[in-house]
Write a new protein. Structure first.
Length: 259
């Protein structure tokens, strides 16, 4: 797709069909709560077989039960703690997906942690390392190990979660902002490497303000009820994961209009 077409594409303009993702296998990290759970449920509702990735088995099982109750496509659970996972854990997940599905049509990187809001001068070094690892290094590692499965698809989409603070530096956002700057760079680098040599497209998506636990952590005085529910923000994810996003790569989009 031409650069002009890519620039004019806006996933917010696309209303997904009921069977938008039928026949696709899509893995979602951070599928236990918030936006990750909402995206996983939306993918299942629109026909995808969803791989629920998270660190808490009980929460993943609850999401799995919701998918089953809705009569959506089958789903599977993969318990993976991105903070503590070792190479063998990533390899085991890749092997399990290869055995069950033989390919992967979508990978949504939603898992992440905020860390602390503090000036760089006073930022806790272990917290810095933890945030960078979970938000950036683990996303790289998981993509790295799942790339063969993504390349086995005829039309695969990788979606990284970005943020406004990862596009323009903002005071006190520390490691979280830096991790999102890294995500923007990883998106562009991987997209450039895969474009024209594979059927894998790579984009970043900023969900924006939403009624989530992380938002409460960052803005404890804010009225959460004034914010959009995660369930209202899933359409751009579906557009970029499905056929509407075919040919779009190396871009960074927003779920909500600018304020």
């Amino acid at each position: 797709m031409s650069l002009a077409a890519s620039v004019s594409f806006d996933p917010r303009d696309i209303a997904p069909a009921p069977d938008e993702l039928r026949g696709r296998v899509i893995a979602v990290t951070g599928a236990s709560d918030g936006i990750g759970r909402a995206v996983a449920l939306a993918c299942a509702r629109h026909g995808a077989e969803v791989v629920l990735i998270g660190r808490t088995a009980a929460k993943l099982q609850a999401v799995h039960a919701m998918i089953e109750k809705a009569g959506a496509a089958d789903a599977s659970i993969a318990v993976l703690d991105l903070e503590t996972a070792l190479a063998r854990d990533y390899d085991a997940l890749a092997a399990a997906l290869l055995t069950r599905y033989a390919r992967l049509d979508g990978l949504v990187h939603n898992a992440g942690i905020l860390g602390m809001l503090a000036p760089i001068e006073h930022y806790d070094v272990p917290t810095w390392c933890r945030v960078l690892h979970v938000n950036l290094t683990a996303a790289f590692a998981l993509t790295h190990v799942l790339l063969p499965l993504l390349k086995a698809s005829r039309d695969a989409s990788v979606l990284f979660t970005t943020s406004n603070v990862g596009r323009r530096g903002r005071a006190y956002w520390g490691a979280y902002a830096v991790s999102k700057f890294g995500i923007e760079g990883l998106t562009q680098t991987l997209a450039a490497e895969l474009e024209n040599v594979s059927a894998v497209r790579v984009n970043a998506l900023n969900p924006g303000r939403a009624r989530t636990r992380m938002r409460r952590q960052a803005f404890p005085a804010e009225e959460l009820e004034s914010l959009p529910l995660p369930e209202t923000l899933t359409s751009p994810y579906l557009a970029l994961l499905g056929p509407a996003g075919r040919g779009i790569t190396g871009m960074s989009f927003d779920c909500q209009p600018p304020r």
